[in-house]
Design a protein around this ligand. Structure first.
Ligand code: AMP
Length: 658
């Protein structure tokens, strides 16, 4: 078979499998088979890029990053909806429509809490997708939309030109996954799926959007050349046949039916993959819509009913504290179960001590509770009149409920953190830090294997990695014996690392890579550092009083001491390997600028520090030398202005004696 033909066949087969998997949720192909065919297609496209089809599933992983989004004018504006806030107002709306025409029918749909987009198809091919923007002009986010698996790239039996409107959302499952990852990376969390979806759709790099697991429902035809319909329901059926994921909808007649459906949607919202913020009630007949017309802002024939936030009364049975992977203590109220927005609620977040103080929440209190942002229930207020006489103010514990180590306020003061060096709640993250590149630099000890080793009970402290046996690693590893041996060897080798790395690896607050180096150079060994007093530590250049305090506190704790002793027993190096015997750069500060050819910035910095000098990022009067590589810019200029000696890379090499 010719390449072209085979590629067409593969695209078709894979797109069909995609549709079954993502849109119909009814897979027909095993993951492995899919991957094999996709790989075959990829290699064919690599060999014949000119034959690559625009609707190829390989495009779903995200193409080139953009520098900005182009503007798109919407041929048919993306209108807003009028809101109704109570069932009474909803009744008035339905009544008004019935006065216009007794035989009116309504389509009732969930109102998806996401972002509106318009998707354009020419001869069945997806050519462009844009955000709503102000309704008339949006932004071209085609590349990001291509990464959404449920959006068809090619339609079956399409009209010559078609524009559909849909709502992009982040499924709750993707949202939780994303926030878990954000937390692991120490990045800020997204407040709710809507924000996360908006942030993802407006990524200039589609590869990032591709990883976010976005999805969409279409709910309207904006324009379809050469096809006519009588009703909105017909258009939705048509969209379904074309291969779109279509919004759930029902066609109803009476106010009772409409109200019942609106209530039912609120009840089944938990089962939907996405958040909703209401229900939309639309006149179904397109002719009637035409007659009713639009106001300046919205169509007269539709209304959005916003569910009132449901508030219930319940009682706080207990307050429990959870310790997150970063060591933050989060208090939670355990409440008597109540039904709220379609789920049974058994607990509510209390955020932190300030939140508890502000609302004066105590165990035994009767409270009013609400679901905020539809995710985590929150306590609004306490009914003081129902407070038991013996209820006491609540304070977060001074020791970690998981490991018993003291808790301490974090830098901003809002949260309490566990300080235990071996706290089980933080172990996985602490180990990830311990083995990371700037720390002990152990390659191959990834998150999944660490978690599995912890689960088996092989790792209870970061030090335990030095006691892992080949058998233990092998028993949990898929990658084969050789790789397991290599990992054990890498672990053993890391024992020889400089103590500067070890100091950083311990994960003491505010002790970063640079502090690790400074402390190692100053004290020469971990034992000397441990023996240092607060005053001695504060006297070290670049070490502030707060950091000194964190160091003293850390080394004083039994868990830290246990960790250090286990490391010592394992034979981990506690000495600085870079004893400064040659002080040729003592008291000298270097600024590196431009591209160096002989070494990286980090390597050059290490050399400078080896001879007792310092490297700094900015030029000032205190700078001794500026080392200017290729294409040096403003720093070189500034040095010249200040009359600071500028060294070429060769001159710098000479100074190093190389
Ligand atoms: P608003 O932004 O409050 O005026 O509400 C209108 C928005 O609701 C539209 O821009 C759509 O993005 C969104 N929406 C979500 N689901 C639907 C639906 N089923 N029908 C119409 N609009 C919807």
């Amino acid at each position: 078979m010719e390449a072209k033909e085979r590629m067409e066949q593969l695209v078709q087969t894979l797109n069909q499998a995609n549709y079954r998997y993502y849109v119909l949720d009814d897979p027909t192909m095993a993951d492995r088979d899919y991957d094999l065919l996709l790989r075959e297609l990829e290699s064919l496209e690599e060999a014949h890029p000119e034959l690559a089809r625009p609707d190829s599933p390989t495009k779903r992983v995200g193409g080139e990053a953009l520098s900005k989004f182009e503007k798109v004018v919407h041929p048919v504006p993306l209108n807003s909806l009028q809101d109704v806030f109570s069932l009474e107002e909803l009744g008035e709306f339905v009544q008004k429509m019935k006065e216009f025409d007794q035989h009116i029918l309504f389509s009732v749909e969930p109102k998806i809490d996401g972002l509106s987009v318009a998707l354009e198809y020419v001869n069945g091919q997806f050519v462009r997708g844009a955000t709503r923007g102000d309704g008339s002009v949006g932004e071209d986010v085609t590349e990001n939309l291509k990464t959404i698996h449920t959006i068809p790239m090619m339609l079956k039996d399409p009209p010559a030109r078609l524009i559909v409107r849909g709502e992009v959302f982040m499924p709750k499952s993707s949202f939780h996954r994303l926030n878990r990852r954000q937390e692991e990376l120490g990045k800020p969390l997204f407040a709710n799926p809507r924000n996360a979806a908006a942030g993802s759709l407006r990524q200039l790099d589609p590869k990032i959007a591709a990883k976010r697991g976005l999805d969409l429902y279409v709910f309207n035809i904006q324009l379809a050349e050469g096809v006519t319909f009588q009703t909105h329901s017909e258009t939705l059926d048509y969209l379904q046949k074309l291969g779109f994921p279509v919004i759930p909808h029902s066609r109803l007649e009476t106010l009772e039916e409409v109200t019942a459906q609106v209530t039912a949607i609120n009840e089944y919202r938990e089962q939907l993959p996405c958040d909703i913020d209401g229900a939309v009630i639309k006149v179904d007949s397109l002719a009637q819509r035409e007659q009713l017309g639009d106001t300046a802002k919205y169509p007269r024939w539709a209304a959005a009913y916003k569910y009132p936030p449901e508030i219930k009364e319940t009682q706080v049975k207990d307050i429990i504290v959870q310790v997150g992977r970063t060591g933050v203590l989060t208090p939670k109220a355990v409440v008597h179960p109540v039904r709220l927005a379609g789920t049974t609620v058994t607990n509510a977040t209390l955020h932190n001590q300030d939140f508890i103080n502000e609302r004066d929440i105590r165990i035994g209190d009767t409270v009013r509770i609400r679901k905020a942002g539809e995710i985590i229930p929150e306590i609004l207020e306490v009914d003081i009149s129902k407070r038991p006489a013996d209820a006491l103010p609540y304070y977060l514990p001074r020791v970690c409920p998981v490991c018993g180590a003291p808790t301490a306020k974090d830098e901003e003061g809002a949260f309490l953190r566990c300080t235990g060096a071996e706290c089980p709640a933080q172990l996985s993250r602490n180990i990830a830090h311990f083995v990371s590149r700037d720390a002990m630099d152990i390659e191959g000890l990834g998150g999944a294997i660490v978690d599995a080793l912890i689960e088996k009970g092989f790792l209870k402290s970061p030090a335990d990695i030095y006691y892992l046996t080949f058998g233990q690693v092998k028993s949990l590893w898929q990658k084969g014996e050789l790789a397991a041996q290599k990992l054990i060897a890498a672990i053993q080798q890391s024992k020889q690392q400089d103590v500067a790395r070890l100091i950083y690896a311990l994960g003491i607050r505010q002790v970063g890579v640079k502090a690790g180096k400074v402390l190692a150079a100053h004290f020469g060994s971990l034992d000397a550092l441990m023996a240092a007093s607060q005053e001695e530590l504060t006297a070290v250049p670049d070490v502030g009083e707060i950091t000194a305090g964190f160091l003293v506190d850390w080394f004083r704790q039994p868990q830290s001491q246990h960790l250090v002793e286990r490391l010592r027993q394992a034979g981990v190096n506690f000495q600085s390997l870079r004893e400064v015997t040659d002080h040729r750069f003592a008291g000298k500060t270097f600024v590196l600028t431009g591209a160096l050819t002989q070494f990286t910035r980090e390597e050059a910095t290490e050399k400078i520090e080896l001879f007792g000098g310092k490297a700094s990022g900015s030029v000032s009067k205190k700078t001794s030398f500026v080392v200017a590589g290729e294409n040096a810019g403003s720093k070189e200029r500034k040095a010249r202005e200040l009359g600071i000696p500028i060294l070429s890379e060769e001159e710098f090499l000479k100074m190093l004696g190389e």
